[in-house]
Design a binder for this molecule. Structure first.
Ligand SMILES: Nc1nc2c(ncn2[C@@H]2O[C@H](COP(=O)(O)OP(=O)(O)OP(=O)(O)O)[C@@H](O)[C@H]2O)c(=O)[nH]1
Ligand SMILES: [Mg+2]
Length: 270
């Protein structure tokens, strides 16, 4: 039987010294696994709030402050679009694994290998992170037998090894509100007939929390015109019968929102 990446990681967790959990900076709570603590036990966690280029910085900073109050956990915002701060990440990894390195030293070992694995919900940026951390070495690994023959540990820096397999956290037991946020952020694939509902949910949220951004995007001044009809009208999205094509407007809004065209957002405000 071919094991899923997540099953491979579960089997390796006892060897792992540090978990890098990637979540989405636009909804850091909703994009984490509800049972993360239960799954990871007491392992140190580096929480990367990725896609920060699309997030509302004001709320993100506040969230980071809260997340960094927890022991054995460090949270930072990141954008893998800009590919900066690699040294900062390596330094945090060093700090979070100090206990293990000091224990090895006491045992008289001259070197310690710190083993790290990357986990997170679908589409948060795990593969982008692994590629960035591994850099050019990944290509070499590709020539070796595939992960189905066993986990591959790859050196990313002196004394640091990364399990070259992202663990996709299973999405189960999510409440409706969380599912809606994840679907809006494209972290969860919604059914095609849900597009308009999701776009309308987004509009309701934007109207309350980002009124200026949504009015600017729709090029309007009145609150009551914040709807899909307005977008269809402004863009000239018409169906063959001459009616406004609301489905096309819904798709466009969701794409633009995820493209940062409405500015930075933070969905975990509600
Ligand atoms: N704007 C933005 N997009 C990003 C960032 N990081 C990753 N992405 C995009 O997000 C999408 C998903 O990235 P992946 O690295 O494939 O995510 P993943 O977690 O490996 O996804 P799965 O393998 O499906 O679980 C891609 O289109 C990336 O280009 C970021 O920091 N900012
Ligand atoms: Mg991936």
């Amino acid at each position: 039987m071919v094991m899923s990446n997540w099953q491979i990681i579960r089997g390796q967790i006892k060897y792992i010294d540090l978990l890098i959990e990637v979540c989405d900076a636009r909804a850091p709570y909703s994009s984490r696994h509800p049972k993360a603590k239960e799954i990871f036990g007491s392992k140190p966690i580096l929480l990367l709030l990725n896609k920060s280029d699309l997030a509302d910085k004001k709320y993100l900073d506040n969230e980071l402050e809260q997340l960094n109050k927890l022991p054995n956990q460090k949270a930072i915002a990141l954008s893998l679009k800009s590919k900066q701060h690699k040294q900062t990440i390596l330094k945090i990894i060093e700090d979070l694994t100090k206990v293990k390195r000091e224990a090895s030293k006491r045992k008289g070992l001259s070197t310690t290998t710190i083993r790290i694995c990357v986990v997170g919900m679908p589409n948060v940026g795990k593969s982008s992170l692994i590629n960035w951390l591994i850099g050019h070495k990944r290509a070499k690994v590709g020539n070796k037998p595939g992960i189905t023959k066993g986990p591959q540990w790859i050196k990313i820096d002196k004394g640091l090894e990364l399990l070259d397999t992202p663990g996709v956290l299973p999405r189960e037991n999510l409440d409706n509100k969380t599912r809606t946020k994840l679907a809006i952020l494209n972290l969860l694939k919604a059914a095609p007939d849900e597009t308009e509902t999701l776009a309308n949910e987004s509009l309701t949220f934007l109207k309350i929390y980002y009124p200026l951004a949504i009015k600017q995007y729709l090029d309007i001044s009145e609150d009551e015109n914040i709807n899909l009809e307005t977008l269809a009208q402004k863009r000239g999205f018409l169906s063959p019968g001459g009616k406004y094509n609301l489905n096309r407007a819904a798709h466009t809004l969701l794409l633009d929102l995820n493209d940062g065209k409405l500015g930075g957002v933070f969905l975990d405000r509600v």
